[in-house]
Design a protein around this ligand. Structure first.
Ligand code: SF4
Length: 339
């Protein structure tokens, strides 16, 4: 999303969701949720429209549930409200998130009628064993079929994947990323598994049958996955759950919840790249690492841990960081002065 784009989110609690994904607390908390109504959509758009800058692209986003799996009458009501705001010029586009097995031609006919532009699919894993253990209720083939239909009909496609689900490991998570790359999405969101209270996953973790996917595990595997997507020209538009008061206040009981997860992953990618480029350097060398403008802190790492690790591993006499406008992303240049 460019700086001139803005998102107006409307959360659609998935009441009566027939699924039981182990990491999701929707079923257990559904008694506390109100169905999203058409006036919620209109109010959200009118309130946001008053504050958003003019000139940029405004997108209404239906998040939080499986939009196309809710009943058709409710979908039509929400889309009609959005569409009428679009006709009034308050928004420019509509996006929504849903499940891969809730996409077919009839569903896409409806989305097309209401000018939905972007569909986000929760793929989560492309390993059928992991999907089964996570009780997702769909297969990897469903993700491929739904992605193919969406692309064929000209929707923008965003895919979501998770790392550290039950039965997964770094190899399976990387294989999932490779299979999602082959589907050529317009972007991806990566959500390392968080153990949220009031979920089956929480119970499994307490019973010792699920091994926690820690922040360190997530950083290590995401530092392998993110560069693969970006090398294929697929932007990673989100890394880790959005921090919320509820999650930070105790709902996230374990797993890969960290408000700055994206920063930690970018920092690890820098460390991995510096390690590769320093392989074979003579002990006692003086090294200068040049990174893009504003990337110094990511290269340095939290508590300077990247620098400490490199100094020790390669027995460096001196290690400096410089910034240069010509470098972008996690690209870096290494200058070595031999001892
Ligand atoms: S994550 Fe799974 S259980 Fe939760 S709302 Fe979506 S489909 Fe239903």
């Amino acid at each position: 999303m460019s700086a001139r784009e803005s998102i107006i989110p409307v959360f659609v609690p998935h009441l009566g969701c027939p699924h039981t994904c182990v990491f999701c607390n929707q079923r257990r908390i559904s008694g506390q949720q109100k169905p999203a109504a058409a006036d919620t959509v209109t109010n959200a758009i009118e309130t946001a429209a008053a504050f958003l800058p003019t000139g940029g692209k405004r997108q209404l986003a239906f998040y939080g549930g499986s939009f196309t799996a809710i009943n058709a009458v409710e979908q039509e009501a929400l889309l009609t409200a959005a569409q009428s705001c679009r006709e009034r010029g308050l928004i420019d586009a509509i996006r929504l998130s849903t499940r891969p097995d809730a996409i077919d031609d009839a569903v896409l006919d409806r989305l097309e009628r209401y000018h939905v532009e972007t569909v986000e699919l929760g793929a989560q894993s492309m390993d059928d064993g992991v999907l089964r253990l996570s009780e997702r209720g769909h297969t990897a083939a469903d993700v491929e079929r739904a992605s193919g239909l969406l692309r064929k009909r000209g929707f923008r496609l965003i895919l979501q994947m998770m790392t550290g689900l039950p039965g997964s490991n770094p190899e399976k998570d990387i294989a999932t990323a490779e299979r999602l790359i082959a589907l050529k999405p317009d972007g991806v969101r990566i959500y390392p598994t968080v153990i949220v209270r009031a979920t089956d996953l929480y119970d499994q973790w307490q019973a010792g049958t699920y091994r926690e996917h820690t922040v360190a595990d997530a950083v290590a595997v995401c530092a392998e996955i993110v560069p693969r997507f970006e090398a294929a020209g697929i932007p990673v538009i989100r890394l880790g759950l959005n921090p919320t008061e509820e999650l930070s206040g105790g709902a996230a009981a374990g797993g890969a919840y960290h408000p700055a997860l994206g920063e930690l992953v970018r920092s690890r990618i820098f460390l991995n790249r510096a390690r590769q480029q320093l392989t074979g350097v003579e002990p006692g060398s003086r090294v200068t690492l040049t990174v893009g403008r504003g990337k110094r802190s990511q290269m340095t790492g939290q508590h300077r841990q990247n620098l400490a690790a490199l100094r020790e591993e390669f027995d460096l006499r001196e290690l400096k960081i410089e910034e240069n406008d010509a470098l972008t992303g996690e690209n870096l240049r290494v200058l070595v002065e031999k001892p």
